[in-house]
Ligand binder design. Structure first.
Ligand code: NAD
Ligand code: DAU
Length: 361
């Protein structure tokens, strides 16, 4: 029975990962979800598993050394899967300090706690692994051609990606210095259920359903490489089981799309999926698209070369974009209460701060 210590498990990817793991391994594993429940964390994402006796939630901050030490002392943790982070680029441009605190200091505290707990008599106990869930954004921005490989130099260009790159360097340092069993994964843009509507896809779905304008930054020509979140969860699992210690693995599915193409697809698919009787269908049109001021320092293009994880670990993406995007839209349509809950509270203020003036509602 292996015990997984999952940070940020109440967020988008973390909660999908926990669902994936509990479905795949059932009672063979124990999951401890450690999450500070920031604006992005939502325990409602895990209501289906919250009563399972092999799942525990602990509300905690990754910067809280005392609490982490206590949890590690009280549990025999085998794997640390570190998802917790401040994850939104636009927020990092407005308020970078919390990104440094959570993403850099939080990683330092967590790494060191795991090391102290796992290191004994001059070596690491058998069967331990720390997985740092990182991002392709640490490589910077591509031009019209080329791909990010694991040996592409780090060239972070936003406060968010700079904080993630710093965290990656700490993880690498723990491998180089202590031979700590670690892996770093660098994934491209995820989409799927439970994604907070500040990110492109759920924000556009939510706005479209409310007849609100769809704010496309700049000319909408920036390119992202989209991966369905379950494919990411499966990749993290494979890296945990089979990844060679100290190695970095890029994760992506060769699914590059321009932002404007994504927005057009969302409008088309939503129009198809909403029943004729639904009042929202009447307000849904491409006229909602509004070109707004560009993101500062907006990275032009991300594209992952996933050869290493495919060839060495046997992972490959399973969900085609055409299938994944329909599943995602259906999920948001079927879960309007979830959308309503996460957009109550501070969301209106956030939206006004971020888009106020630029987007007429
Ligand atoms: P998210 O913002 O949806 O969730 C982050 C979670 O971390 C939330 O539950 C939040 O409450 C928790 N958290 C934040 N600060 C914390 C703290 N100090 N202590 C404990 N918990 C804290 O993020 P996401 O999109 O699910 O991303 C998860 C991870 O994957 C991040 O590390 C991100 O950098 C990385 N990543 C994301 C994507 C993507 O497309 N979303 C792609 C590649 C990598
Ligand atoms: O590449 C992986 C990264 O993907 C992760 O590390 C980040 O945590 C995650 O947030 C995501 O970053 P992006 O900045 O690429 O995602 P976002 O959804 O914020 O934006 C996607 C693209 O859409 C980007 O080019 C900006 C654009 N955009 C975004 C929003 C929110 C718009 O045009 N309008 C918008 O309103």
């Amino acid at each position: 029975m292996k015990t997984y210590f999952v940070t940020g498990g109440a967020g988008f990817i973390g909660s999908n990962y926990i669902h994936y793991m509990l479905k795949k391994y059932g009672k063979e594993i124990t999951v401890i979800n450690y999450d500070a429940l920031t604006y992005a964390g939502n325990l409602g994402n895990l209501s289906a598993v919250s009563d399972s006796d092999n799942y525990t939630f602990i509300k905690g901050d990754v910067c809280d050394k005392n609490l982490l030490q206590m949890v590690f002392a009280e549990n025999c943790i085998d794997y640390v899967i570190h998802f917790a982070a401040e994850s939104h680029v636009d927020r990092s441009i407005k308020d970078p300090e919390i990104f440094v605190k959570t993403n850099v200091l939080g990683t330092a505290v967590l790494l060191n706690t795991a090391k102290d707990s796992w290191y004994s008599g001059g070596s690491f106990k058998e069967g331990k692994k720390y997985v740092q869930v990182s991002t392709d954004e640490v490589y910077g921005s591509l031009g019209e051609t080329g791909f990010f490989a694991e040996n592409t130099p780090l060239d972070a260009r936003s406060p968010y990606s700079a904080s993630k790159a710093s965290a990656d360097m700490l993880v690498k340092a723990y491998f180089d210095t202590f031979k700590m069993p670690v892996n770093i994964t660098r994934c491209s843009n995820n989409y799927g259920p439970y994604q907070f509507p500040e990110k492109l896809i759920p924000l556009m779905i939510n706005n479209a359903l409310h007849g609100k304008n769809l704010p496309v930054y700049g000319l909408g020509l920036n390119v992202r490489d989209w991966l369905y979140v379950d494919d990411h969860a499966r990749a993290v699992d494979i890296v945990t089981q089979k990844g060679k210690s100290g190695e970095v693995y890029n994760i992506g599915g060769h699914n590059e799309k321009k932002n404007i193409d994504i927005v057009n697809i969302l409008i088309e698919k939503l129009s198809e999926l909403l029943p004729d009787s639904d009042k929202r269908k009447k307000t849904l049109s491409k006229d909602l698209i509004t070109y707004v001021e560009d993101r500062k320092g907006h990275d032009l293009r991300y594209a992952i070369d996933p050869q290493k994880i495919m060839n060495e670990l046997g992972w490959k993406p399973e969900t085609m974009f055409s299938e994944g995007i329909v599943k995602t839209i259906k999920w948001y349509l079927d879960n309007s209460e979830w959308l309503k809950n996460v957009t109550s509270g501070g969301y209106t203020k956030y939206y006004k701060q971020m888009y106020g003036g630029g987007v007429q509602e």
